[in-house]
Design a protein. Sequence first.
Length: 243
Amino acid sequence: MLLKIENLTKRFGGVLAVNDVTLSIAEDEIVGLIGPNGAGKTTVMNLISGYYKVDSGRIEFKGIDIQNARPSTVCRLGISRTFQIPRPFPDLTALANVGVGVLCGKERPDKSYGDSLLDASHFLEFVGLFSKRNVLAKDLSLFELRLLELARALATTPKLIMLDEVMAGLNPGEASRAIKLVRKVVEEYRVTVFWIEHVMKVVMEATERVIVLHYGKNIASGPPKEIVNNPEIIEIYLGEKIA
């Protein structure tokens, strides 16, 4: 198993944000993570990435205990992520932003900055942003920023990419392009994807298995069609069946 989580718990004061969550992700899977706002989805990713400290529970990646590891350590082991609200270095160019990803990735201890920019050019071209390589990140559109997030995550040479609502704010055409790009990433780089998403059409089209969180607990896991026809999930999250 690539990623294994057991009895993961996180509190913020009196709020139990993640409540005894247990889940696993196999290599080469595309797994969706859904649930109402406040269900704990992003918190789970923040715990995996080391952004938050675990209160209790265990996280293993490739058999290595990583709970409470530094984010830089987690990244070098092969886990990268995007953020729901893009977090580029606004005053750096798109090329330099992705270059930082190259330098922070696994197995890159002797990479020079110049070499990192050469690698960054490849990842920008892969996501379709090469023509914007000299544009400051703060001058990119929302869609371009989401592509930049993906390029930077991919530049770390991950084994697992965690995507946090990469479709948020995109129009249908942009969302369709983004789905195709994620599929291309999986096919060409053989990465595993753990994907938070609210757009159920995307979940149905792009994922192989869906995990549902509710009030910090994982309450269901299964193929997308099974999940959207589960009466409990319909009641607490979907509101109606998704054809």
